[in-house]
Design a protein around this ligand. Sequence first.
Ligand code: UDP
Ligand code: MG
Length: 335
Amino acid sequence: MKKPHISIVVPMYNESEVAETCYQRLKAVMEQYQEEFRHELIFVNDGSMDDTLSIIKALAKEDDCLRVINFARNFGHQIAVTAGIHRATGDAVVVIDADMQDPPELIPDMVAQWKEGYHVVYGQRQKREGETWFKLATAKGFYRILNKMTEVVIPMDTGDFRLIDRKVVDVFKNMPERSRFIRGMVSWIGFKQKALLYERKERFAGESKYPLHKMLKLAADGILAFSGKPVEWIRNSGLVITGISKMMFFIWLILLLLGDASLLFYNGWHSVLGILIGIQLLAMGILGEYLLRVYDEVRNRPLYIIDEEIPARKARTGPRDWEQKTFGKIDMEAD
Ligand code: UDP
Ligand code: MG
């Protein structure tokens, strides 16, 4: 039987401290299993401002299995992973972070499960070491809220560390949405999925590249892209508030008929009014978030801009199928 080909996608943003060790650890695992599968490594430099690019370019000079994609600027983790998956040529693709919090030694186990017939093998964190209580609490809360709110079942405590089969990759390539929550997208695609429990380690060097605002954006992308619940809440609170106001109106009418409507004009009205205005603004904000995402989609800009690709991509005569769908307009205009 032909040896399977595995692509490993690694997004990198200011990872000069970890890039080389990451390469060596991945390479050590890949070489240990070279009898079982061939590999390619795809390092996506997501607009790093440090030496990450020069480090990985130097490594790529020495190793034909290492491909480098350099973005024109920082597009974010999820987009960097997307670009890597788009460019991967393997029969299966593994996504892993550069900081080795997720052990590359688990990849052969993932491959083994894949050979058993699973299309997605995702790492599920049993334990997380060395992360702040704030990160742990927010991550835990987020997965629980997300699952209550969405129709797609997104497994608890999973990140993007996973193996995905070519079949899933091909569907993924046809999903051009801009706000990307990859673990949700992969769950949505379906096929046979399997969890692999592991312990998430501490980052071995450098700092987290996920500050609070990036975490919040990812959380918002996850919820808004996979759930219409916030709109339901607005509708329901609208119904409740309308009901209450109608009741108040009738009470006021009865009091007026009885000759004393003054009772309802007490000072508390100011705060009630404040709350109602607050609810209205919140509702508008939530709708605005959906609208902004729609706006983002209709502008139909490319998902990412590649400055350089090593080795250079072979010249093509026409766009591939998924590219036609993703960037269809642009390619058609160029023809
Ligand atoms: N990353 C990226 N672009 C970004 C932020 C992060 O490519 O804008 C990469 C980063 O280099 C790492 C992975 O995404 O390989 C996960 O980031 P990090 O380890 O900082 O996140 P955490 O583990 O703290 O959630
Ligand atoms: Mg990390």
